[in-house]
Write a protein that binds this ligand. Structure first.
Ligand code: BTN
Length: 271
C-alpha cells in the first residue's frame, strides 16, 4: 500500500513532519493556540520522548512512530479521561488492519504483543481558568522497526516492536496515516459511541482473570503512606467507565481509575 493513498491531500495539510524534536507532545502544545483542530505532528526521532508517570519514551531515529494529535473536545475534562482508552482501541484497529496481527491492551493504554509492550499513549490536557478544555494532546509512540539492539537492554523482557513480532519491516508512514485516520474517526464518534468503544476495549483487554499487583498513585494532598503500598489481587474485568475492577486478596473490591498495575507473568514481573 502507498502511504500517500491513506489520507487525502487536504488531511495531509494538517500533518507536520519533523526530522528531530525533543517531544512531539511538547512541540504541539507550544503551537496549539495557532494550530487547527486535528493538527498532527510526527517526528522521525525524539530526543526527550515523554512517557506516563514522568518516565521517558525511547524514540530511536527512523525506527518508530512518534505522533501527537490535537483535539478540542467540548466535553468536560472528567469525561475526556476516557479518550485515552478510546485511543488504545483506535490504534489497535489500525495495527490490525495494516499489520494483520491482533494486539492486546494492558490497562489503561499499553498495547502489547506476546506479553510485551510495543506502543504507549500519553494524553495531556490544558484547561483554562473556567475549567474548559483549551487543548487535548494525544501522544502515541509505536515501536515499529526496532531490532533488539535499538531498545534499552533493561527493557529486553518488557518491550518489543512490530518487526520483532512479525519478522518483517512495516512501512511506518502507512501505519502512521492509518492511525491518523482512526483518530479522526474516533473524534467524529466522540462522545456518542461509548458503547462500541467499550465493547471493543474489553475484547482487546488482556487483563481479565489476571493476578496483579497494584501500586496506587496518591491523588490526595495528605501524605498517607498507605496510598503507596503495593497490594495484590485479581482482575474481575473492565467497568462501564473503563475502570479496572480488582478483587484484592483480603476480599475487598475496587474500581481503579489510576495507578500502576503490574500483571503477573508480564513485563518480567513475577510475584
Ligand atoms: C507511555 O507508554 O508511558 C506513553 C508513551 C507515549 C510516547 C509518545 S511518542 C509521541 C508523544 N511525544 C512524547 O513525548 N510522548 C508521546
Amino acid at each position: 500500500m502507498e502511504a500517500e493513498s491513506v489520507l487525502t491531500e487536504e488531511r495531509m495539510s494538517k500533518v507536520l513532519f519533523l526530522e528531530s524534536i525533543d517531544s512531539t507532545n511538547l512541540f504541539l502544545k507550544n503551537i496549539s493556540e495557532e494550530a487547527p483542530d486535528r493538527q498532527v505532528v510526527m517526528a522521525d526521532e525524539q530526543t526527550r520522548g515523554r512517557g506516563r508517570l514522568g518516565r521517558s519514551f525511547e524514540s530511536p531515529k527512523n525506527k518508530g512512530i512518534y505522533l501527537s494529535y490535537l483535539m478540542r473536545p467540548s466535553s468536560i475534562p472528567e469525561d475526556t479521561a476516557l479518550i485515552t482508552a478510546w485511543t488504545a482501541v483506535a490504534v489497535c484497529r489500525a495495527v490490525k488492519k495494516i499489520c494483520n496481527i491482533e494486539p492486546g491492551i494492558k490497562w489503561v493504554n499499553d498495547l502489547i504483543l506476546n506479553n510485551k509492550k510495543f506502543c504507549g499513549i500519553l494524553t495531556e490536557m490544558d484547561i483554562d481558568e473556567h475549567g474548559k478544555i483549551r487543548s487535548l494532546i494525544i501522544g502515541i509512540g509505536v515501536n515499529v522497526n526496532e531490532d533488539t539492539g535499538d531498545l534499552d537492554a533493561a527493557l529486553k523482557d518488557k518491550a518489543t516492536s512490530l518487526k520483532q513480532e512479525l519478522g518483517r519491516e512495516i512501512n511506518r508512514n502507512v501505519l502512521a496515516f492509518e492511525i491518523i485516520r482512526e483518530l479522526d474517526r474516533m473524534y467524529d464518534d466522540w462522545p456518542d459511541e461509548k458503547e462500541g468503544y467499550l465493547n471493543e476495549y474489553r475484547r482487546y483487554s488482556i487483563m481479565t482473570g489476571k493476578d496483579v499487583s497494584v501500586t496506587r498513585i496518591a491523588v490526595t494532598d495528605d501524605k498517607d503512606l498507605e496510598a503507596y503500598k503495593k497490594r495484590y489481587g485479581r482482575v474481575l474485568g473492565i467497568g462501564d467507565d473503563f475502570s479496572l475492577t480488582v478483587e484484592f486478596d483480603d476480599g475487598s473490591r475496587e474500581n481503579l481509575n489510576a495507578g500502576e498495575v503490574s500483571v503477573r507473568g508480564m513485563y518480567g514481573y513475577a510475584r
